[in-house]
Design a protein around this ligand. Sequence first.
Ligand SMILES: [Ca+2]
Ligand SMILES: [Ca+2]
Ligand SMILES: [Ca+2]
Length: 325
Amino acid sequence: MVILLFILNFTYHSVSLSGDLSAFSEDELIYQDAPYDSYAQGNELYGLYLTWDRDNLYIGLSYRVQNNAVLLILDPGRNRGVSDINNLDWYPRNFQFYGMKADILCALWNADISTGGVREIMAKDRTQPLSGVEVINNGISGDSSSLMLKIPFSVLYGTDHIPSGVTLKLVALIAGSDHTTGKDAIPDNENLGSSSAIRTFIEIPLDRNMDSIPDDSVRIKDIMKVITYPKKALRLSEFGISPTKLGEGMPLTVSFKATDYSFAKVYIVSENGRRVYERHFESLTPDATYTFTWSPKGDLAGGIYFVVIDVGDIIRGKKAFFLKK
Ligand SMILES: [Ca+2]
Ligand SMILES: [Ca+2]
Ligand SMILES: [Ca+2]
């Protein structure tokens, strides 16, 4: 019984950020990646380390790159972030995330942290440096390198307490220059060399006993999961507008439903092709109905308007008439 109590308290581990991954325990190597599964020779992810103490999350990554970028992407479960990072103002890479939101991005080029850092993703085209995070990179181009991060939970969640029962998701990627797809991933992702869809992540519940304090009585390897969000046939199961004849100031209701984790662009164009309205929806929940309204302003010309929805492979349009007195 004494022994049992003794081993119960074993998550909390403060890691000193020296650039030496042996600061993590063997148990904290939560994902050992194949040493030769990259699409670019000499550019590899080897292992992901993770642990936490009461106040900080510690992540370590063992890798090797040469003229490539290393990206570590976190979704702390705050329901913020984006599902597409191909148009970011910093390290834009052709990745679309299905089932996770890219929220915190740590990136560096050619094993050199002076070319990178840690940023928060604010919108599809905007990042900002995240302060309060410590990063150490130890390595040179073409050689085995290590990256270590210390992220205070107060930085991740903006409060002293973490959200009750929250789950962290993360994925590490190697990619080439701007707008390219992946070379290697932790965890492994299907068709990484050709597809830009990232569907497989590591998920870690930080607070299984729901007390808003990171758990200190779990072995992370036992509770973490590698989750793949399955591909569904991407289609619009619903797309409707109402009414189809509009008067000035009258709201048009647009509703749609998509079957996969995805993003949708809805725009309204006039007869002569002028875009008068545009709205983006990120990380759609499959089979959830999305509804919004739009009211034509008085300065718009009367006539036909097309309400167009773009869900990746599918583009559909509906006609609305704006009748002006
Ligand atoms: Ca690898
Ligand atoms: Ca891999
Ligand atoms: Ca807890």
